[in-house]
Design a protein around this ligand. Structure first.
Ligand SMILES: [Zn+2]
Length: 395
């Protein structure tokens, strides 16, 4: 049992707010964690993140074990000191990277698969660069192509060295195109790995179990029950989330009744506006997503309704020439430092000329926008006005 306390504060139907106490601080949920893959949320300083109101970040074990290595980070006093972040931190286990270098590459899909997205069943896809068996995951380093191995035990020991507040078990993330038999076998292996992770874990870091089972109800329920029977501090929903948003919603609904209401629930790797609102409504407490800074680097700025385009309701492409002499801020309804001080025209110019400040400013605004949405969600649940919030965002 790790160092974690969780209390549900208020509830409106299945949506809930809570207080999560970790070694390095207290977090209000529901919350979205900015992703600091290589110990940095791209283009933002830790001071930026504090100003924005980020409560907790998630870092990536696979990347950090390769560069600069867990030993270096441990020598530097741990991940918190290394990256100058004194609030709560989570590290993932490396399981998701095994997916993106393995099945994800082979099937050319993400955690969710929407048939029709220019996807051609017969087109040659990438080759998996990993091998996986009961012992663990064998892969090549993306940095120097060296042979690497990650077992459940090794993932936990690395995460203990990194020293985050909350750590994840090693799992295999299945693909939405994996068949039921493979998904079942993989789930059973992940269950064994979960037990091995718990057995070797001996720090006061909170440890999170990951529920697998793809988009099959019996598998998801089995995995939820199995994980609930182990003494995890928190639960995450991992693996394939199916072939539509409806699948994802069903998966959440199948799982929630089988896990303790007194433990936080994390929907791994999901975090765009619509998905967050729909999942909070179903009882999810934690999210993580690279989207705010990733879309920023492609020139997209988040925007409150009703200012977005028909296709992209919550974002505009600031690099379009129509914004070249636009004096208004990125989002007229945003109260962030960037929107108070800079125009669309200026940020359009910075991004067009690849000026580094442009990436900082637009990433700052996008992260602020998402964390502001989370504040709005928490307030609405406490004021029992979650339905009003849904109407505002979905129309
Ligand atoms: Zn802003």
């Amino acid at each position: 049992m790790g160092f974690l306390e969780f209390q549900v504060k208020s509830q409106q139907d299945k949506a809930r707010t809570g207080i999560l106490k970790l070694k390095n601080g207290i977090i209000k949920t529901p919350e979205l964690m900015p992703v600091a893959t290589k110990a940095t949320v791209k283009a933002l300083t830790s001071n930026d993140l504090k100003e924005i109101g980020a409560q907790m970040l998630i870092c990536n074990t696979y990347h950090l074990m390769l560069q600069p290595s867990a030993d270096v980070i441990s020598k530097m006093g741990g991940l918190h000191k290394f990256m100058n972040w004194d609030k709560p931190l989570v590290t993932d286990s490396g399981g998701y990277q095994a997916f993106s270098l393995g099945l994800g590459r082979e099937h050319a899909v993400g955690k969710m698969f929407f048939p029709g997205n220019n996807y051609k069943q017969n087109k040659p896809h990438g080759k998996s660069t990993i091998k996986l068996n009961e012992k663990g995951i064998y892969f090549r380093s993306i940095y120097d192509n060296s042979h690497q191995f990650l077992s459940p035990e090794k993932s936990i020991k690395i995460q203990e060295k990194l020293g985050a507040d909350m750590i994840l078990i090693l799992d295999e993330c299945t693909s939405p195109l994996s068949n039921k038999e493979y998904t079942r076998k993989s789930m059973e292996r992940t269950h064994k790995w979960a037990k091995r992770c718990l057995d070797i874990h001996n720090t006061d870091q909170a440890i999170v179990g990951i529920i697998q089972g793809g988009h099959w109800q019996d598998l998801r329920e089995k995995s939820a029950k199995y994980n609930a029977s182990l003494d995890f501090d928190s639960y995450a929903i991992g693996g394939s989330l199916g072939k539509s948003k409806k699948d994802m919603h069903k998966i959440i609904d199948w799982i929630i009744p089988h896990i303790s209401p007194n433990k936080p629930r994390h929907l791994l790797g999901i975090g765009v506006v619509e998905d967050i609102i729909e999942s909070v409504e179903r009882g999810i407490d934690l999210f993580d997503c690279v989207s705010p800074t990733r879309i920023a680097r492609s020139g997209y700025s988040h925007i409150n309704p009703p200012f977005g385009t028909k296709k992209n309701k919550y974002r505009i492409r600031i690099t379009l020439s129509k914004y070249k002499s636009d004096i208004s801020p990125l989002d007229p309804n945003c109260k962030c430092k960037v929107c108070e001080n800079y125009s669309r025209a200026y940020i359009n110019h910075l991004l067009k000329t690849n000026e580094l400040l442009g990436f900082n400013l637009i990433s700052y605004h996008n992260q602020f926008f998402m964390l502001d949405l989370m504040r709005e969600i928490r307030d609405s649940i406490e004021e029992k006005s979650f339905n009003k919030l849904k109407t505002k965002w979905f129309g």
